[in-house]
Design a binder for this molecule. Structure first.
Ligand SMILES: [Zn+2]
Length: 75
């Protein structure tokens, strides 16, 4: 494992096989969201660089396990 560079392997979206992207919000939490259908993992909070990477790994793991929330858009 290379711990120096935070590059994560993101699987395809569990719902639509779209592209997932690791996103940060407000500088204190992160999540993975599908660029195509908007499915996303839960938010994981962090408060410093160390726990930031931990949080990133956690959401990537959730995403890769298919633990995502699909927010239904109006149809
Ligand atoms: Zn998707």
């Amino acid at each position: 494992m290379d711990n120096n560079i935070a590059i994560y392997e993101l699987e395809d979206c569990p719902h639509c096989r779209g592209v997932g992207q690791l996103l940060h919000e407000g500088g204190w939490n992160c999540y993975v969201e599908c660029l195509d259908c908007g499915a996303q993992t839960t938010f994981v909070d962090y408060d410093d660089a160390g726990s930031k990477e931990e949080a990133e790994r956690a959401v990537v793991r959730l995403w890769n396990m298919g633990k995502v929330i699909r927010i239904e858009r109006g149809e």
